[in-house]
Design a binder for this molecule. Structure first.
Ligand code: 4AD
Ligand code: MG
Length: 473
């Protein structure tokens, strides 16, 4: 019996396969001189060259079109051409489907460069393009490395709910969930007829649930989809995105900062090891992202892996920006003063220019611009024990903090911010039964994939992007 192999297996162990008869299944990428089929099966960015026998049946040759799905049996031979070490000498071809030439003319499958925007409109064909399949393979390896990292460190993977009643970040940008056709806000009858008999939303974060789980489990991490109804049409915002949120009992902010830096470096090292072919392909073929520099993506990852992240307080970051404005006459659209929420232009300046494309961790932000759960600092109650990690080009990739573990402080803050206590009684209870100092952070998974792959738009790193006005497919 002939065995099926993936193209990745054949190309990686080419000597082992020499002169063996095998079969492969995949899609035809191109067909040259009526004898060379270029085949890909998704296992690798590299293609397998298949050579037709001389005087092959003309009726079959007609069916060999781009995009057609086939099973090809043949013998692996040393290639005469210099482009590849081995090729497959075809003995049999079976067509699952043959794409008719007239349909092909109208499809994005025809071998012609398309813009990423155009490809994005064709979700079903996106996965067949080289750039997008590279990004998806890398995304897979990054996910796997996240689990590997936390499992090795004895964190437990916690599934937190997607349907929730609480607004973790307090921004009020949540998608409401209801089974009713018409909602009358704050109407008691409306709520009692609704599915959950209370106001429910798609969760913006699994953090609050993770905080309740660590009292008992010690160390957990979440890795799931979260939802934000912000009307942000930027290259870094999605309405549905994936977040990784570790939470550590008996820890201060410092443990979370160290853990986040270790996690990011572990992931980067992992992709450099397991995704190098895909990364190099993106380096060669996404000139717009890499500004024409050779091996830009790979070199940038190596640089970040070996360079310690800069660590500065929020107050220092404001002082740096003020000095730069004075000394170098830098112009920003938004003014700089202590207490302001740093804008993207400020973050970009600090990471890209001031710290020369190295990640920066900014800690101890003003309490007034951060979420209710962050711990007020003992040394200055105007600030909270918080941190953001900023990456070159991308900006904020991680947001985290030490949590307010003292019941009275937390209650006072919830009242001060007019947060509905009824939605958080269970959270407050964690501070009454076995509360401990603890901290954690949220890593924006899609922004990380965007940084690693060097893609300009976050919509090109997620299989089915959801953004304001767009929930196609
Ligand atoms: O800073 P954020 O809002 O933090 C939280 O949600 C905390 N509950 C995390 C925690 O402490 N457990 O979001 C965390 C990260 C951001 O740093 C950013 O990388 C990403 O999530 N993010 C987005 N990514 C894509 N699209 C959006 N609309 C995003 N909003 C935040
Ligand atoms: Mg944030």
């Amino acid at each position: 019996m002939k065995k099926k192999y993936s193209i990745k297996e054949i190309l990686n162990k080419n000597i082992y396969f020499l002169n063996k008869e095998i079969f492969v299944e995949g899609w035809i990428k191109s067909f040259h001189h009526s004898i060379f089929i270029i085949l890909n099966d998704g296992s690798t960015v590299k293609n397998l060259q298949v050579v037709l026998p001389k005087n092959f049946d003309k009726n079959i040759v007609k069916k060999i079109t781009v995009g057609s799905s086939v099973k090809i049996t043949g013998i692996v031979k040393k290639s005469i051409g210099s482009k590849q070490f081995v090729e497959l000498k075809l003995s049999n071809i079976f067509f699952y489907t043959s794409v008719p030439s007239d349909i092909l003319q109208k499809s994005i499958l025809q071998p012609k460069k398309h813009s990423l925007e155009k490809i994005r409109e064709n979700a079903h064909l996106r996965f067949q393009t080289k750039i997008f399949s590279c990004v998806m393979r890398i995304r897979n390896y990054i996910s796997f490395s996240v689990h590997k990292f936390f499992q090795k460190k004895n964190f437990f993977y916690l599934h937190t709910p997607i349907i929730t009643t609480s607004d973790c970040e307090g921004s009020g940008k949540m998608f409401r969930i209801t089974t009713l056709n018409i909602i009358k806000e704050n109407d008691y009858k409306t709520l009692s007829n609704d599915f959950f008999k209370k106001k429910t939303y798609l969760s913006v974060s699994g953090q609050l649930e993770a905080e309740s789980a660590i009292i008992g489990l010690g160390k957990v991490y979440t890795f799931g989809p979260v939802f934000r109804a912000e009307n942000s049409n930027t290259t870094r915002h999605l309405s549905e995105f994936w977040m990784i949120e570790p939470e550590i009992a008996f820890s201060s902010l410092k443990e979370s900062i160290d853990l986040a830096e270790k996690l990011l470096k572990f992931i980067i090292n992992y992709v450099l090891k397991y995704c190098i072919e895909d990364l190099l392909f993106l380096d060669e073929n996404t000139k717009k992202c890499n500004k024409g520099k050779k091996k830009f993506i790979v070199e940038r990852l190596k640089h970040i892996y070996k360079t310690p992240f800069h660590k500065i307080s929020y107050t220092e970051s404001i002082n740096i920006l003020k000095k730069e404005i004075e000394k170098k006459n830098i112009k920003f659209s938004y003014p700089i003063f202590w207490g302001v929420d740093l804008q993207s232009e400020h973050e970009q300046y600090i990471t890209n220019i001031y710290f020369n494309n190295t990640p920066v961790i900014i800690f101890d932000y003003p309490s007034s611009i951060k979420a209710f759960y962050m711990r007020v600092n003992d040394y200055n109650e105007k600030t909270v024990s918080s941190m953001d990690i900023l990456f070159p080009e991308i900006g904020e990739i991680v947001g985290g903090s030490q949590r307010e573990e003292r019941y009275e402080f937390l209650l006072k803050k919830i009242k001060k911010l007019n947060i509905d206590e009824n939605t958080l009684w269970w959270y407050l209870d964690t501070r009454r039964f076995g509360s401990v100092p603890h901290s954690g952070f949220g890593l924006g998974f899609d922004r990380l994939v965007q940084f690693i792959t060097g893609m300009n738009n976050i919509r090109d790193v997620i299989p089915f992007p959801r953004t304001p006005g767009n929930a196609e497919f």
